[in-house]
Design a protein. Structure first.
Length: 200
């Protein structure tokens, strides 16, 4: 396949976690078709042959790959309900201090793990949001997942609990198993206060 110089194969490989060989073959085919669709105005489908100059002028760009990536899913993650949110920092008004802390706590360790290793620092394992309903906790979690280009799994606290002995623990194990499968991933537990015991 003829590629333009702007195609970043390493970046595409990083963004196709969970893709099997057939998924990657389909991705390349769709990117090529996307390139052909853009040239449909200069290709006459009635002709039996296509001009060699037109064929030579065709090359798949990075944009073609990312148009297709936005609509494709990997086979390995198809059975798991995950998403890559489209919420960005610009969608959240204010909260500049919280955004900066999230970048330092979550985003930097994911993007620059070698620097943390160099200075002997271990990144935090999680972040606790607290506040009244509607103050933007879920939106912040989606934004940080989007900024890290990570998958996002949203779990509501009451969904974990069942009346059957041992099944609640099995639910938690299953969620962490799915999270490991869809790494890199932001796992967001919501409404935990509804299952916590009130003290005092």
């Amino acid at each position: 396949m003829k590629l333009l110089d702007d195609v970043d194969l390493e970046r595409i490989a990083k963004d196709t976690h969970g893709y099997v060989g057939a998924d990657l073959a389909a991705l390349c085919t769709e990117a090529a078709l996307q390139c052909i669709r853009e040239k449909m105005d200069v290709i006459d489908l009635e002709d039996e042959s296509i001009d060699a100059k037109v064929l030579n002028s065709m090359a798949v760009s990075n944009e073609h790959f990312y148009i297709v990536l936005g609509t494709s899913n990997s086979s390995a993650l198809r059975e798991i309900v995950v998403e890559v949110p489209n919420v960005s920092w610009e969608d959240i008004g204010g909260l500049e201090n919280v955004k900066r802390e999230l970048q330092e706590t979550v985003q930097y360790p994911m993007e620059h793990p070698e620097k943390f290793e160099k200075f002997g620092m271990s990144p935090s394992k999680g972040v606790l949001f607290y506040g009244p309903p509607g103050c933007g906790k879920t939106l912040l979690a989606k934004a940080i997942a989007n900024e890290c280009q990570a998958n996002f799994i949203h779990v509501k606290g009451p969904e974990l609990l069942t009346m059957w002995f041992g099944e609640s623990e099995a639910n938690v194990r299953e969620i962490f198993y799915k999270t490991r499968q869809s790494t890199p991933c932001v796992l967001f537990f919501d409404e935990l206060d509804s299952i916590a015991t009130q003290l005092g």
